[in-house]
Design a protein around this ligand. Structure first.
Ligand code: B12
Ligand code: SF4
Ligand code: SF4
Length: 174
């Protein structure tokens, strides 16, 4: 998170020096309770910023999937009036037939729906289940938000040949 904040500060400095307006939403705004920024994520969350900026789609795991890095990315947002050339927004899921995260989520939180910008707030992950995970899994002892849905995704593992295939148990082991 420190690196991300540092990058965000660099971007803000760059904009400031050139006289552009900016609004910087920190990566961990949820934890800054009581501050103005802690209320911003509900209005404009990082995942929305990422799909609108063409950086990825919302996967069945509910996270932004970037074509190159999968969901192994943490996000931060800087809104600005600087006249950048915009990328095309990504408006639908490219998960296809894959359902690895659905089948291996230990809390059963992931419902298996494909996201689309036409109905962006359909419940694709039951966050109550995700939050309440208490199972004793190797490496994820007693922790909610285990992050398995990040690591299991073929995009996160750079395993692009698997992404169009119907997943099997074997996929997880390779
Ligand atoms: C609260 C929160 C949680 C809560 C609940 C999540 C929730 N959404 O309610 C809990 C504790 C469960 C949680 C869990 C996790 N989280 Co969390 N969480 C957040 C936080 C602080 C706010 C998210 C939020 O409430 N957004 C508002 C709601 C309304 O939006 P949403 O449902 O999240 O996203 C929808 C919109 O973006 C919409 N959308 C997308 N594009 C567009 C475009 C348009 C035009 C429109 C209208 C809408 C739209 O579609 C999305 C899906 O419905 C963000 C940080 C932030 N400030 O954004 C991190 C964040 C989402 N979490 C993150 C991560 C990594 C995790 C975990 C893996 C935990 C961990 N180990 O770090 C798990 C994964 C669970 C899962 N499968 O999603 C990362 C995601 C990175 C990524 N690649 O996407 C974020 C962005 C933190 C960061 N700075 O990087 N998280
Ligand atoms: S963080 Fe863990 S419990 Fe939550 S949705 Fe992802 S795999 Fe499931
Ligand atoms: S594991 Fe498969 S279904 Fe889940 S987010 Fe990644 S590509 Fe999509």
């Amino acid at each position: 998170m420190r690196t991300l904040e540092h990058l965000q500060d660099t971007a803000v400095r760059w904009l400031k020096e050139r006289g552009y307006r900016y609004l910087s939403i920190p990566p961990d705004s949820d934890r800054r309770n009581g501050k103005f920024v802690s209320r911003l994520y509900g209005l404009f969350c990082h995942k929305t910023a990422a799909t609108c900026a063409g950086l990825g789609w919302i996967g069945k795991n509910g996270l932004v999937i970037n074509e190159t890095y999968g969901s192994k990315l943490s996000w931060t947002t800087v809104l600005t009036d600087a006249p950048f050339e915009p990328d095309s927004p990504i408006t639908e899921s490219r998960c296809g037939e894959c359902d690895l995260c659905v089948r291996y989520c230990p809390s059963g939180a992931i419902k298996g729906q494909n996201w689309t910008v036409e109905s962006p707030f359909n419940e694709i992950v039951c966050y109550e289940h995700c939050r309440s995970l208490k199972r004793d899994l190797k490496g994820f002892q007693e922790k909610p938000n285990c992050g398995l849905c990040v690591n299991i995704c073929p995009y996160s593992r750079g395993n692009k040949t698997k992404r169009t295939l119907k997943s099997t148990h074997h996929d997880v082991l390779v």
